[in-house]
Design a protein around this ligand. Structure first.
Ligand SMILES: Cc1cc2nc3c(=O)[nH]c(=O)nc-3n(C[C@H](O)[C@H](O)[C@H](O)COP(=O)(O)OP(=O)(O)OC[C@H]3O[C@@H](n4cnc5c(N)ncnc54)[C@H](O)[C@@H]3O)c2cc1C
Length: 416
């Protein structure tokens, strides 16, 4: 690739008094995706993760992974290590609890082999960790914690805590990939907007008696959406949204009582369900940062935005942030620009902030429309579901939005 060769041979004449060109704070899936995508950029990167490798990979989470996210991982060169450990779905079954009509999405609607994937946290994190450890341009500091950032006109001084010692590094840019409670965003004084939903989300793993048939189910109840996602080994992920008190009461039930309630929600299409491991409950919120960038700082992933889990969008938005920012930084570097300058970083903000807002709005609308018994709203969603069933362009538009194929495609994903 000409771009990559140019980037590697280019040496930035602006200033050399830096330990790294950029530091990424947070080695979750999003921070790792950015570090991996910068492999051939010619930029010198420090990736800083507070938890030890195995603890960072041990999270009991699972995610719907969109087609575009898969293409980004393929462009990075890590997809073949991920694919054997995740499941795909070829059918999506969307329904409203008080209406018999079902919207069925099939691969023929998009002319693709699959409609998406479902991955457990470690199936994504471990291959990314391995990949980054092989990147010559990335210094992987783990466990190490960013404890302070001091912004200067030409760079950032970052204090790290490593094994109880404080070490200071200097970079042109810091990227905050440190999650929803981002200390770096808060310390920079960047405000956020949004709200806590009236719902919490219960997540659990189950094994159904019958096969899951590579189908993803999303059923909208007036208390909140309920999803069943297929996983390898004929297991499934349950993502069950309910009002806070109901969600707390459900997770407090013993296994047998919980399974009884779960089976009522899930129906009998998969036969008897068996619980695998613990169940957890999370509060659900919507959040958008007022700014994604300021001089010497960029926010990506949950540090920049969070959304309702309906439709499995959150992680995928972050993966697209990482790919977009990598492209913007690499282009700026090749052109001899300062990667930490506001003008450069604004390209990233313009690209991603509006697209993410569309997804936040879409997930919020879905949740509000379906968690509602007001007659005009019920009628509107029936019309919506009817259009999804009968009007092919509407169906394809919705499917593209849900699988990440609407919006600007990062260059790294374009070869697939
Ligand atoms: C119930 C639920 C279900 C969900 N389901 C889906 C789904 O199906 N599909 C989907 O796309 N998304 C889903 N999401 C959203 C998804 O979980 C998040 O969007 C995603 O995990 C965010 O990743 P991240 O890397 O930005 O942040 P995190 O995963 O929070 O990672 C941040 C990392 O930064 C590290 N860190 C923090 N502070 C510091 C510091 N000072 N120094 C160094 N390191 C630091 C942390 O240790 C951590 O490893 C769901 C969310 C919830 C709550």
């Amino acid at each position: 690739m000409v771009l990559e060769q140019l980037a590697q041979s280019y040496s930035n004449p602006i200033e050399t008094d830096f330990d790294y060109d950029l530091a990424i704070a947070g080695g979750g899936i999003i921070g790792l995706t950015l570090a991996s995508a910068l492999k051939s950029s010619g930029l010198k990167v420090a990736l800083i993760e507070a938890k030890p490798y195995s603890a960072a990979a041990a999270k009991g989470q699972a995610y719907a992974v969109h087609l575009l996210s898969g293409r980004i991982f393929a462009g990075i060169g890590v997809w073949d290590k991920i694919l054997p450990h995740i499941a795909n779905f070829r059918h999506v079954h969307l329904s409203d609890a008080d209406y018999p009509g079902v919207v069925e999405f099939e691969t023929s609607d998009l002319d693709t082999d699959v409609l998406g994937y479902v991955a457990e946290h470690q199936a994504l994190l471990k291959p990314l960790q391995e990949f980054v450890r092989q990147c010559d341009n990335v210094t992987y500091l783990c466990p190490a914690e960013v404890v302070e950032t001091r912004y200067q006109s030409s760079g950032v001084e970052i204090s790290l805590s490593i094994d109880g010692e404080v070490k200071v590094i200097r970079t042109r840019l810091i990227v905050a990939a440190d999650g929803a409670k981002s200390r770096i965003r808060q310390a920079a004084g960047i405000n956020t907007r949004g709200w806590q939903y009236w719902q919490s989300c219960i997540v659990a793993f189950v094994k159904p008696e019958k096969g899951h048939n590579n189908t993803a189910y999303e059923r909208f109840w007036s208390s909140g959406p309920f999803a069943i996602l297929p996983l390898p080994g004929n297991r499934c992920r349950i993502v069950w949204t309910a009002p806070h008190a109901e969600a707390q009461a459900l997770v407090s039930l013993d296994d047998e009582q919980f399974l009884t309630q779960l089976s009522r929600r899930a129906g009998d299409r998969m036969g008897k369900l068996t619980l695998e491991g613990d169940r957890f409950v999370f509060p659900v919120k919507l959040m958008q940062s007022d700014r994604y960038v300021m001089p010497r700082l960029a926010l990506i992933g949950d540090a920049a935005h969070c959304c309702h889990p309906v439709g499995g969008q959150g992680l995928n938005m972050g993966i697209r942030d990482a790919a977009a920012l990598a492209q913007v930084l690499q282009t700026a570097h090749i052109q001899g620009e300062d990667i930490g300058e506001l003008l450069t970083l604004k390209h990233y903000e313009r690209w991603r902030k509006r697209e993410n807002l569309t997804i936040l709005g879409f997930t919020d609308l879905l949740d509000r429309m379906f968690s509602n018994n007001l007659l005009p709203i019920v009628l509107m969603r029936r019309i919506g579901l009817l259009m999804l069933r009968r009007v092919q362009p509407v169906k394809v538009f919705a499917l593209k939005l849900m699988t990440g194929l609407k919006g600007r495609t990062p260059e790294i994903a374009q070869k697939f």
